[in-house]
Ligand binder design. Structure first.
Ligand code: GDP
Length: 195
């Protein structure tokens, strides 16, 4: 997709702050530092639109990006950061649960994992949560440039098996460094928007 405009429209913590627009929406989730901001920036051809906001001390918000006046990306705060307090973790859980269970505009959740490593227990929990709620998921295995191409299929298999990925959920090898997988992701988004 040719990106004509991309801007943050709101950082929301509760539903009455979500944009009203009935535009199709994709929510992006992943462990802190997995490469989620880089993924968003790469897809939107922006250097620094999405920034890592999951570090301690930062407010945990759902960041809504309006793209081409056509769709929303929702940047979900990263999980799995060890130093987050129990109360912060619980607040995160409530915010995520509310969003994913009520948002009618949501077309699919994008779960970002690291192709180099097997998905973590937190990744599995996130994926299971999505499946429990019947939410279509697209799995993105990023940082592919960090391993030789000859090993991609082997690592992809580990990712699929560890998450027990539903046969209906696509999984894409990605790199924010090289742009690998970018066209495929946009084609998938288009497909989900047309459903
Ligand atoms: P976030 O916390 O999930 O938003 O992660 P960031 O997008 O901030 O990325 C975390 C670190 O991984 C940064 O140093 C990025 O430059 C690096 N990174 C992210 N994606 C890639 C990738 O596809 N390839 C490589 N080589 N590095 C990446």
């Amino acid at each position: 997709m040719k990106i004509k405009s991309a801007e943050i429209v709101i950082s929301a913590v509760k539903p009455d702050q979500y944009p009203d627009a009935a535009l199709p929406e994709f929510a992006l989730a992943g462990r802190s530092n997995v490469g989620k901001s880089s993924f968003i920036n790469k897809l939107l051809n922006r250097r620094n639109l999405a920034r890592t906001s999951s570090k301690p001390g930062k407010t945990q918000t759902l960041n809504f990006y309006l793209v081409n006046e056509l769709l929303h990306f929702v940047d979900v705060p990263g999980y799995g950061y060890a130093k987050v307090s129990k109360s912060e973790r619980e607040a995160w859980g409530r915010m995520i649960e509310t969003y994913f269970t009520m948002r009618e505009q949501l077309k699919a959740a994008v779960l970002i994992t690291d192709l180099r490593h097997p998905p973590t227990a937190d990744d599995r929990m996130m994926y299971d949560f999505l499946k429990h709620h019947g939410i279509p998921a697209i799995v993105i295995a990023t940082k592919a440039d960090k391993i030789p191409k000859g090993k991609w299929q082997k690592h992809l298999k580990v990712t699929k098996e560890t998450l027990d990925v539903d046969p209906e959920d696509p999984i894409v090898v990605f790199s924010s460094e090289t742009g690998e997988g970018k066209d495929k992701v946009w084609a998938l988004f288009q497909e989900y928007m047309d459903r």
